[in-house]
Ligand binder design. Structure first.
Ligand code: BEZ
Length: 215
């Protein structure tokens, strides 16, 4: 399999952590994408028309069929790719196949993804957009999504995060890792002791260390 990737993307990191956790990483070849929202990588566009990463190109004969410009079999976005990787190993599923736990974990994954979406969106606004075109109110709105999301996780989701990784906890770990990488001044641990304690353990996992944004 080939994965279009950029080291700074928390959504790519999510896929890579799943691949490490389920011992699939050696089956994935990394294709470096020039991460540029204004002018997306042409190679990525042949795989994903929106130019967004991560995008996974499957081996011929894999049992997923998606029409592309190149007749390759491709998967995107990170949720779809993670779900696919979770379906091709023999270990315990990161998202249970059925039952109420399935929807609990999927909802936590969606919350982690939404925090990442807001944080990445605001990074584009405050770093890439020309200074005279920036809109502070929009930025504040994005960061409110981040802090509200973190507060809700602290209040309601610590039990679901648990000690054994699941698809929700991996997404949340990627969101927190991205905040440490791009928003260290946010000091997200302040007032969120439970989440900080949980993350301290997660940060020590081999899968997390191997996928650091700054390595
Ligand atoms: C970043 O530089 O923060 C970034 C790059 C690619 C995707 C998402 C975020």
């Amino acid at each position: 399999m080939k994965l279009w990737y950029a080291k700074a993307s928390p959504f790519v990191r999510k896929v890579l952590i799943v691949a490490h956790e389920r011992e699939l990483i050696d089956k994935i070849e990394l294709l470096n994408a020039a991460a540029n929202v204004v002018d997306p990588d042409k190679g990525v566009i042949t795989t994903n028309p929106t130019g967004k990463i991560p995008a996974l190109v499957l081996e011929d004969g894999a049992d997923a069929r998606v029409a592309t410009d190149t007749s390759e079999t491709v998967l995107f976005d990170s949720r779809v790719i993670c779900d696919y990787l979770d379906s091709i190993h023999d270990g315990k599923r990161l998202t249970p196949r059925s039952g109420s736990k399935r929807y609990e974990i999927m909802t936590l994954e969606a919350l982690g993804d939404a925090i990442m979406d807001a944080a990445v969106g605001n990074r584009y606004e405050t770093f890439l957009r020309p200074e005279d075109k920036r809109w502070d109110k929009w930025s504040e709105g994005q960061m409110l999504k981040v802090t509200n999301g973190l507060d809700r996780i602290e209040a309601n989701w610590l039990k679901t995060l648990g000690r054994v990784p699941n698809m929700g906890s991996i997404s949340v770990a990627c969101a927190l890792g991205y905040l440490d990488f791009r928003y260290s001044e946010l000091n997200w641990r302040k007032g969120r002791k439970g989440l900080a304690r949980w993350f301290k353990r997660f940060e020590q996992r081999g899968s997390y260390i191997a996928t650091r944004h700054d390595s």
